[in-house]
Design a protein around this ligand. Structure first.
Ligand code: COA
Ligand code: AMP
Length: 635
């Protein structure tokens, strides 16, 4: 299809019905759609309305029946425990069907929610697919979140059942999940009927016989359950992500459009054929894990890798290359931060030379801005194309990418390349007017969005419209700022809201501020994301204490760090805070976080015309310098 990208993209916008219905032909539908694109409830759009399907059937049973029964579907490789396990499509289907039976025996039925709070073990994938098999709705909560965050999600999703494990494993420590789960259930107003706990060898959890079931016991007593067809527009999952406030947004994913878009992306964007091995080194708790560890590779008949480890330290900076050569991985997808970690430990790329990487074809990076240094290091040492692509929890798949299965477009460093089918991108100014090519503004997508993207927010239709559609009528607001050059290449520069990106993990500075503000001695506070060589950004807190506070500053700082770790979780990576006399504000009282961040990162900044007292910025600069930032050197 060389040279076809522009024609394909144009066709997707000119005739979306034909484009997406053709893509849908690869999948199994219990009943075909009445309408491909349904705008009867605009600006809430639906895809494949009237159709009935089951995502688990398409991900597993269809392949078992279609000749892939003995092909590996999932390879679990856990350098942190030294274990490996492989499941064929038939074995995975059987495990999933049995666990669906377990869930059904606890009363889970179509439309019910099930929270999954698990580490990177095959049972997490089995649980997700089993929920999908029943036509129920899963909500996976990342293991690095603390009880409070889990409790918030329990109250919003109101699950009938929670599936968990006794522990997760981080380098050097066992993270006991069960106490976190028990605390979360105690905190939440909604109480699940049951929790199902997988006991791992590294930690045996104490089960509460009134509520908890042991995974193994339940599995041995269960009967396999068939797939339950649902409407294509019914929800498959809810995935909570950070917004501007501490209250996470429940991104909803439907069944039909999601299957179609993800299946299309495997061949056309990632350039893999069914039967080949695809590896997304992420976590099932994030959208990358949902889309590209679980659903897309399985829908497309690939072998997927579930990796329980870190890019470095488990045991060394060669683990990615070991896995690629051992399992014949064709395509790897990870976050730039993982490569920065590897590059830091193995700058000369010596580990790469120890493995046979001849089958490896392409590296994809997403989740944060891919800095040209990292891309070029990877290109040099791996000798394969390195593709930056841009997407969000909301979108479920790429907004912009270089479609390797269609044609490899010229790479421009710093750009995730061009919009994918169905994405009609624009850059608008604050007055909702398009800006000139090369000028920075809000990156927006003309409505409707393609299949696979969020149709709504769970329990929050009004917030959905307000957060994404209200500022730029007729467009979806990505929350990113950037520019489009004269060739149509999109450059994503920064967020326009209070979201920061720490080691590829999306966090809300507002949520961290909410925790800090609860410290009894903190009068007010601000959190900004400052540039970090390894993690891309890290949060830094500024605390203003109550007048007359006599407690040592160091105690308050230590307590603040602990509060964030306890309430949000270690994933917040909140380790740096400082005490200041006041915060810089506009005359209307808005804290100038953007200016603080620019000073910290040595970026050019202008004195805001509306600043209340300019001298405060000098104090902030001194505080940042004491923390090792704001050196004044050019960024
Ligand atoms: N359960 C419990 N704790 C977890 C966790 C989990 N699932 N995941 C992370 N944590 C903890 C870590 O142990 C660490 O704790 P610490 O403060 O005690 O050291 C903290 O959360 C921060 O974790 P992380 O940001 O991952 O930092 P790290 O220093 O452990 O590792 C990298 C740094 C770059 C190696 C790592 O972030 C990485 O591999 N990133 C890849 C990014 C990725 O997968 N992104 C997903 C989107 S593609
Ligand atoms: P998440 O929802 O966790 O996937 O985070 C989405 C956000 O990560 C986006 O809105 C961007 O801010 C950022 N992001 C993801 N991919 C890229 C990329 N390739 N380039 C720049 N920023 C990115």
């Amino acid at each position: 299809m060389a040279g076809d990208y522009r024609a394909i993209h144009k066709r997707s916008l000119d005739d979306p019905d034909a484009f997406w219905s053709e893509a849908a032909e690869d999948l199994h539908w219990e009943k075909r759609w009445d309408r491909v694109f349904d705008d009867s409830n605009a600006p809430s759009y639906r895809w494949f309305s009237g159709a009935r399907c089951n995502t688990c059937y398409n991900a597993l049973d269809r392949h078992v029946d279609g000749g892939r029964a003995e092909q590996a579907a999932l390879i679990y490789d856990s350098p942190i425990t030294g274990r490996q396990r492989s499941y064929t499509y038939r074995q995975l289907r059987d495990e999933v069907a049995r666990f669906a039976g377990v869930l059904a025996s606890t009363g889970v039925a179509k439309g019910d929610r099930v929270i999954i709070y698990m580490p990177m073990i095959p049972e997490a994938v089995i649980a997700m697919l089993a929920v999908a098999r029943l036509g129920a709705v899963h909500s996976v909560v990342f293991g690095g979140f603390a009880s409070n965050e889990l409790a918030v999600r329990i109250d919003d999703a109101t699950p009938k059942v929670i599936v968990s494990a006794s522990c997760g494993l981080e380098p050097g420590r066992v993270v006991a999940y069960k106490p976190l789960l028990d605390d979360a259930i105690a905190m939440a107003s909604h109480k699940p009927d049951r929790s199902i706990v997988l006991q791992r060898d590294e930690e045996i959890a104490l089960l509460n016989p009134e509520r908890d079931l042991d995974w193994d016991d339940a599995m041995s007593a269960a009967e396999p359950h068939e797939c339950v067809p649902v409407a294509a527009t019914d929800p498959l999952y809810i995935l909570y992500t950070s917004g501007t406030t501490g209250e996470p947004k429940g991104i909803v994913r439907d069944n039909g459009g999601h299957m179609v878009a993800l299946n299309w992306s495997m061949k056309n964007i990632y350039g893999v054929n069914p039967g080949e091995t695809f590896w997304a080194a992420s976590d099932v708790g994030w959208v990358v894990g949902h889309s590209y560890i679980v659903y897309a590779p399985l829908l497309h008949g690939n072998t997927t890798i579930l990796f329980e480890g870190k890019p470095v330290g488990t045991p060394d900076a060669g683990v990615f290359w070991r896995i690629i050569s051992e399992h014949n991985v064709r395509v790897l997808f990870t976050a730039p931060t993982a490569f920065r970690a590897i590059k830091q430990q193995d700058p000369a790329g010596e580990f790469v030379t120890r493995y046979d990487m001849s089958g490896f074809r392409t590296l994809f990076l997403a989740g944060e801005r891919a800095d040209p240094d990292t891309i070029q290091w990877a290109e040099r040492h791996l000798d394969v194309p390195v593709i930056d692509h841009w997407w969000q929890t909301e979108t479920g798949w790429s907004i912009c990418a270089n479609p390797m299965g269609i044609e490899k477009l010229p790479v421009k460093y710093g750009s995730p390349t061009l919009p994918m089918p169905g994405w009609d991108m624009a850059v608008l100014d604050d007055n909702q007017q398009p800006v000139a090519a090369g000028d920075i503004g809000a990156l927006v997508a003309k409505l409707p969005l393609p299949p696979g993207t969020l149709p709504t927010l769970w329990n929050a239709e009004a917030r959905y419209h307000e957060a994404y559609m209200a500022d730029f009528p007729g467009y979806y607001k990505t929350g990113d700022a950037g520019y489009i050059d004269e060739d149509g290449y999109v450059f994503v520069m920064t967020r326009t809201d209070d979201v920061i990106n720490v080691a590829g993990h999306r966090l809300s500075t507002g949520a961290i501020e909410e925790v800090l503000a609860d410290h009894p001695e903190v009068a007010e506070c601000a959190v900004i994301g400052v540039a970090d060589q390894l993690k891309g950004q890290i949060p830094v807190g500024f605390l203003v204490l109550n007048a007359g506070c006599e407690r040592p500053d160091s105690d308050i700082l230590d307590e603040s760090v602990k509060m964030v770790r306890d309430r949000i979780g270690p994933v917040a990576a909140f380790k740096t805070a400082t005490i200041v006399g006041r915060l810089p504000k506009t005359r209307s009282g808005k804290i100038l976080r953007g200016t603080m961040q620019k000073i910290a990162d040595n970026e050019a900044w202008k004195m805001p015309a509306t600043i209340d007292d300019a001298a405060i910025l000098d104090e902030i600069t001194v505080a940042l310098q004491a923390l090792g930032y704001a050196s004044g050197a050019a960024a």
